[in-house]
Design a protein around this ligand. Sequence first.
Ligand code: ZN
Length: 392
Amino acid sequence: MRRINLKKANVARADTIRYINRQIVLNYVREKEPISRAEISQETALQRSTVSLIVDELKQRGLIYEIEGESTGGRPPTLLRLRAAGWMAIGVDVGTAQTTVAVADLVGRVVDREKFPTDSDVRATFRRVISSVQRFIKIHRNIEGIGVCVPGLVDPETGTALFIPHFKWRNWPLASELRKATDLPVTVDNDANAAALAELWLGRPEIRDVRDFILVLVEEGLGTGIIFDGQVYQGVAGAAGEFGHMTIGKGAPVACAAGSEECWEAFASERATLARYKQRGGGEITFLQLIDKAFAQDEAAKESLLETAYYLGLGIANLTKGLSPEVVILAGDIARAWPLISGELRSTLAANTICSGLPLAPVFASTLGDDTRLMGALSLVLASKFASVVPA
Ligand SMILES: [Zn+2]
């Protein structure tokens, strides 16, 4: 029988609180710099002493520094600023079509990037990743770690990519190979989990201040990242968040990555939308082209997207019933079509949540744009770094 070790659970809980408080303070400095300790304390309702401890910790790490503010008569106040350039990370976004390797600072500002088509041969892709990473390490100093996101299942403990459906890659020991080649700490996760972390670390304030939310990443497939208590909920062997394979109906326009025509992914992914467009007489185009056509009032493109919006609303209604998140975020290229689809999505969600009596979770489109997954990869470094700061 499994029992909860209460002592262990309490330690974990205290660590979580410290981690969340660090995240909050750092985000405030990033957002409102220059800012004083007292202002942070007022705005966050964190105790002044807690703020001071965290600020000292972040200062010691070289992540923030002090400046003298303008005097309003008395002693000039001490204000805090972010030392963004003192700290760099490499993010690697392995996509089904393209891989991006980039260097960015603490605020997610990309200073260097390289893109190449993802080779279906895993060794060839890995060689390209390694050569980009090594080139960047030579050029840029202060690189603290590497974050990688992949479109598939990852064991978060070992950083092994267990299965990437699009390429049928299995058991790729990505983290250990990359660590061996670079001598840097490496964190690997699923792209939807990483994107959810990016919203937390680098997203807009109304999302950053939320501690429990779900991110729905629509791509060729469909994945979800669940954030509880400001951290990714991983489940056993990192397999949580596979809502893309929940049953949503019968006779989807395409099969999911595992071959089923009943999964959410088979109804609401980019592939599903493109297949609907074809059924309506449309030709072979990309998903972004389809969105452009819909904005240009192409009826077939618009209807295909609206049907996808309906299924997104249906799936999100199910998630809301089970998890009751504060917010749901829609990410991926589909976020560009938000003005076209938000009405349909929200009304489907409303119509299908009534029976549960739960409040309607607000749904937002991601604000991280084309770089959501890359920002996710970078956030993996941020998150692991802050989780490991010596407790105050
Ligand atoms: Zn499936």
